[in-house]
Every structure is written in C-alpha cells, then in structure tokens.
Write a protein that binds this ligand. Structure first.
Ligand code: PEP
Length: 263
C-alpha cells in the first residue's frame, strides 16, 4: 500500500490543512516535551514567528530511564489543545501505547509514533484506525524495509496519511547521539510514495548540529524537518542540549524558506 509500485506519484499528506509532501519543506517545531502552559506557548510562539506551520510537543514521553520526566500525559494534551487554540497551529504529538490512541487522537492533528515503538504492531494498527495522520519515525536499529513495513501496518487499517521521519540510527559512532542516515531519504522516496521528513534534533542530539543537518535534509530533498525548540533550554526537562532558542530557529527557518531546492 505504501509502495510506489502501484502509486507512481508521491503523496501529499495534510495535517490540519498544512501540506507535507513533494516540494513543501514543511517546518514543524516545538518543545521536545510539554512542561507548562507558559513553556509550550512560548515555544509555539517562537516556532510560529520563525515560520513553522505545525507544532510538535510530547505529552507522553518514552524515556530511556524510568526516573526521567515521563511527560504530563492528558494534562499535556490539554495544554497542546489550548496552545493550538491560541496560535492556530495544528499539533503533532506522540502516542506510546495502543490503549491511549483514542485519547491522543481526540487532541492531536497528527499522531507521532516514536523510534522505540517503530515495530509496536498493535500501536501501529491502532494508529491506523485513529482517523488521524500518522508520523512514523524510523526505528533506531530499523532497516528502511522494516520502516516501510511498519508503515504498511498503519496503511492496512485504511489510513494512508502517513509521513515517514528519518531520525538517525544506532551506529558505532559516539560523537553524535545517532547517525543521521541521510541516504534513507531518497531511498524511502524511491520505494514509497509517502512524504519523508528529517528530525535533525534527535539525530545529532546537539544544538550546533541542527542547522547543518537541516541543510543536508534540504539538499537531499526531504519534504520537511521537525525541530526541538525551547524558550529556556537550560531548564528543559527533556533534551535541552538539542533545543534551539529563538535566534537559531530564525536562522534555520530562513534557510528552509530561502534555500532553493538543489536539483
Ligand atoms: C521525539 O520526537 O520526541 C522523540 C522522542 O523522538 P524519537 O522517537 O525519534 O527518539
């Protein structure tokens, strides 16, 4: 269903009216985690002022350590809905458990399935039945074929509004948090009609890498980027070192706007 074999044209997926697909270079930005109403609104206003058209933000956070901040859950979803009301930005937020899909879908404009759940088939199927577009991150140790088969689980439930997100993979290299597999973008676009975006924040895990990796995403022909931003990264409860502040985000947004597609 997601293969290009029977679907030669690349697809455009609309999230609350915002298109992601060939030629769009959609900018999605927001906090890694929803922490407070003020922090989320602050991040959203920064994102919107810079030109982002979709707001990201995690209410359910899949953390490596059970002692780390796990997200605000339903309270975080309510904050996201309030910020959408205030800014008009459609919301992308993660769901980590099949049992929460209906709840998250009742607040979100797009469901995010994270790298740790990339082969959680019950969750993928539930997301496929949610009636909402799904952003599917590549598993950190997943092959491109496994990623596309995960998308197939969503599609099989009648939902073809799927956006693939390359977010870096596990390699032997320790200098970056993950290794951005930039070649996965054109390969996935060749094999599948689905839009493919890049997450330079979670790939590099470091603020100074976000701009160069975004350049790479644009150059390789990605359909969008998803970026962590925070009004006060030093106080962030999750992934502060990779969050952009206002000035950096504006520079990145200018790049996204002004850099002509490289053909
Ligand atoms: C996220 O985008 O908040 C996130 C946890 O990403 P990933 O699943 O790619 O680690």
């Amino acid at each position: 269903l997601v293969s290009r074999e029977n679907h030669a044209e690349r697809s455009v997926v609309r999230v609350g009216g915002v298109p992601i697909g060939p030629g769009t270079m959609t900018l999605i930005a927001g906090p890694c985690a929803v922490e407070t109403p003020e922090q989320t609104l602050g991040a959203a206003q920064m994102a919107q002022a810079a030109g982002a058209t979709l707001l990201r933000g995690g209410a359910f956070k899949p953390r490596t350590s059970p002692y780390a901040f796990q997200g605000l859950g339903k309270a975080g979803l309510r904050i996201l809905a309030d910020v959408r009301e205030e800014t008009g930005m459609p919301v992308v937020t993660e769901v980590v458990d099949a049992a929460d899909v209906d709840l998250v879908a009742s607040y979100a404009d797009m469901l995010q399935i994270g790298t740790r759940n990339a082969q959680n088939f019950a969750l993928l199927q539930a997301a496929g039945e949610s009636g909402k577009p799904v952003m599917l991150k590549r598993g950190m140790s997943g092959t491109i074929e496994e990623w596309l088969m995960a998308a197939e689980y969503v599609a099989q439930r009648g939902n073809l509004d799927i956006v693939l997100c390359e977010r870096g993979i596990r390699t032997f290299e320790k200098a970056t948090r993950n290794t951005l597999d930039i070649s996965a973008v054109p390969v996935a676009q060749r094999l599948s009609h689905l839009p493919v975006i890049v997450d330079p924040s979670h790939s590099g895990g470091s603020r100074d890498l976000v701009l160069p990796l975004t350049r790479a995403a644009i150059a390789v022909g990605a359909d969008g980027v998803i970026i962590d931003v925070h009004p006060h990264p030093e106080a962030a409860l999750c992934d502060g070192p990779q969050a952009l502040v206002d000035g950096d985000l504006r520079e990145l947004a200018k790049l996204v706007r002004d850099l002509p597609p490289i053909v």
